[in-house]
Ligand binder design. Structure first.
Ligand code: ZN
Length: 225
């Protein structure tokens, strides 16, 4: 892991989580044992603003596998295309991603959105590839009810560890790159709002009524960002 990789996720310095391995394992076991899916914590909860702990074997393989399965179900139920462990209250560098979106083809083409098969990432890091940036409205399950435009790298190289311990790396483009950046940022205590165009902030209702075009150009002209 290089410094260059990590810097792209970190916003203003977030304090590191002070959880012990035992506390983390206990909290994960509680979530896995729960009858209901865990609630998704909302902005204002400090876990979203701390740098999560690198995975170093704090959870055994069985617990990790069960946790990933719960996170996947929670992501589907929301519904969302990514979920980071801090969003269910665990300061651990773990995120699940999956985009099975099959919407309007034109919109998908403009946003470079194509299906992303399920992937669980431990300790992910990314670095932009090239200078191309794209700006689109995005939202977050932990900032319920709002959406805002974020300018992000169109292409990133990511590295992570798979649940079985294997080192993985891949290049992602378009919407997939956006999801990778958004979820990895969560693990550094960064919310998408930190990188958003402030004047683009929009309730979901206003977005649906006015700005759901494939690109945010009209919104930019009207709202002044
Ligand atoms: Zn989010």
């Amino acid at each position: 892991m290089t410094t260059g990789f990590r810097d792209h996720a970190a916003g203003p310095q977030a304090p590191a989580s002070d959880w012990s391995a035992a506390r983390l394992a206990e909290a994960a076991a509680e979530i896995v044992a729960g009858e209901d899916l865990p609630p998704i914590v909302q902005a204002g909860h400090p876990v979203l603003r701390t740098a999560a702990l690198p995975f170093e074997g704090q959870l055994d393989a069985e617990l990790l596998g069960a946790l990933i399965a719960i996170m996947r179900r929670t992501m589907h139920a929301a519904p969302g295309v990514g979920l980071a462990a801090p969003q269910i209250g665990l300061p651990l560098r773990l995120a699940v991603l999956e985009d099975g979106w099959a919407g309007d083809e034109q919109v998908a083409a403009v946003r470079s959105r194509s299906p992303l098969p399920f992937v669980a990432m431990l300790n992910p890091v990314y670095v932009p590839v090239g200078a191309e940036r794209s700006a689109f409205y995005e939202g977050c399950l932990s900032v319920r009810g709002y959406t805002a435009v974020v300018r992000r790298a169109e292409r990133v190289e990511a590295r992570w560890t798979a649940p079985d311990g294997a080192a993985r790396g891949a290049e992602f483009t378009g919407w997939q790159a956006r999801i990778v950046q958004h979820e990895t940022d969560h693990l550094a205590g960064t919310l998408y709002l930190d990188k958003a165009e402030p004047r683009s902030l929009c309730s979901n209702e206003e977005y649906a009524a006015r700005w759901a075009q494939p690109t945010p150009e009209r919104a930019a002209r009207a709202l002044g960002f």
